[in-house]
Design a protein around this ligand. Structure first.
Ligand code: FAD
Length: 383
């Protein structure tokens, strides 16, 4: 019997498995689909501190950015190359640009507040923007450079974290219920392919985590926020950083259910350029929306006019798991002993995965948490 069964093989479940194993626990990961077949397979892979205002999530993000950097440098599990090479880790930094002096003012104000919390943010005057990004459009008011921002290939990251954890992996096994012991304690999971008893259960089922909580009679308000990505044909290096407009920061924090788009552009090691980002609350609707795609393309070419000559080869969408207060749910569910949640990371689950894994491993093992876990605890939804 494993010490821990993790439901979900996305990047969050993978990080939970990895850090639980590092803490000396034996782990089984169970997923109804393939590894990283959920939202992790539909993300961009940015590890951002730049888009978060001061608060609990920024503290988690700065810790996580550091953990990704440490992980990237490790050579483990019989690999000949550092983990960072295996998962296409790129410490490329982010460049946030402002279209108008008013927006620049708000952006530099945010940067001032972030610096107090350990974020490195360098103001970039308009005449210097092209030194960072030679193909950027003219007429921008300025920007801020965030060297701590980085990028990974999320599916590779999930797969390698699970591999390094040594966890037993049961894919194609849907969790259909929770095993309960004395006092209602969760003692494992029931799957379509048999029961898996375990010392503790981690609910890392992403946008579907509310369904797992419901098996224990609990309410966990994790809902889908759809996002589309455009992928271009491979091109020679064109974009050096993760580049986005300041409007993205407002979009991330917004409570608006309607469609929001802002230009977010980055190259990848494969040469493709990823173009986002849209946000809308339309349930689990996968219908391709041409108006959304057209808007994303127009915003990206306004930022990088050279992209107008580059073909889009595919598009995909995914469902960010969001909670009403825009904070992830991490930690023990005091309502049901034996059950831990690691979900609800919205558009930041890739970035926040290692810090989440550390928090979960500490919670299960009774160790000192690496950051204050209180703001993320599931108990906040108890009422
Ligand atoms: C367009 C887009 C762009 C994004 N870009 C970024 C980005 O640049 N940076 C960033 O940090 N984040 C980004 N995100 C968000 C990020 O992708 C998510 O926060 C993250 O992938 C969530 O990971 P997860 O492991 O919690 O969930 P998932 O990856 O969805 O994993 C959950 C897993 O649980 C499994 N599961 C569910 N129910 C059951 C069940 N009953 N039984 C068994 N298994 C079950 C699913 O099959 C799935 O594999 C983006 C998201 C989108 C949509």
């Amino acid at each position: 019997m494993p010490d821990v069964v993790v439901i979900g093989s996305g990047v969050v479940g993978a990080a939970c498995a990895y850090y639980a194993a590092r803490a000396g626990l034996t782990v089984t990961v169970v997923d109804r689909g393939p590894v990283a077949g959920g939202t992790t397979g539909a993300g961009e892979g940015n590890i951002l501190v730049s888009d978060k205002g001061p608060g609990a999530e920024l503290d988690l993000a700065t810790l996580s950015a550091r953990l990704w950097r440490d992980l990237a440098a490790e050579v483990a599990g019989g690999a000949e190359r550092p983990f960072g090479d295996l998962v296409e880790y790129e410490p490329k930094g982010g460049l946030v640009v402002a279209e108008t002096p008013g927006i620049l003012n708000a952006l530099t104000g945010l940067a001032d507040r972030q610096r107090v919390h350990g974020v490195t943010a360098v103001a970039v005057p308009p005449e210097d923007l092209r030194a960072y990004e030679p193909h950027l459009a003219g007429g921008l008011a300025g920007g801020v450079h965030y060297p701590q921002d980085a990028q990974v290939q999320p599916m590779l990251a999930a797969a390698h974290l699970i591999r390094l954890s040594g966890a037993r992996t049961r894919t194609g096994a849907e969790v259909t219920g929770l095993l309960r012991g004395a006092g209602g304690r969760v003692t494992g999971v029931r799957t379509a392919r048999g029961d898996i008893p375990a010392g503790a259960v981690v609910n890392a089922a992403g946008t579907w985590a509310g369904e797992i909580a419901a098996f224990a009679g609990l309410t966990l308000p994790v809902l889908p926020r759809r996002g589309f990505i455009l992928v271009t044909e491979p091109v020679p290096p064109l974009i050096r950083h993760k580049v986005y407009t300041a409007a993205y920061v407002a979009g991330v924090a917004s409570d608006d259910a309607g469609l929001e788009t802002s230009a977010v552009v980055e190259g990848t090691k494969a040469g493709t350029v990823l173009i986002g980002a849209s946000r809308e609350r339309v349930g689990f609707d996968r219908t391709v929306s041409l108006p959304v795609l057209a808007r994303l393309a127009a915003q990206a070419t306004a930022l990088f006019p050279r992209l107008a000559d580059v073909r889009v080869i595919r598009t995909y969408c995914g469902f960010r798991p969001y909670c009403p207060d825009h904070l992830p749910v991490i930690g023990a569910d005091r309502r049901t002993p034996g059950l831990f949640h690691a979900c609800g990371h919205e558009g930041a689950g890739i970035g926040l995965a290692p810090a989440t894994g550390r928090l979960i491993a500490a919670a299960i093992g009774g160790a000192e948490p690496p950051v204050d876990p209180a703001p993320f605890l599931p108990g906040r939804f108890a009422a």
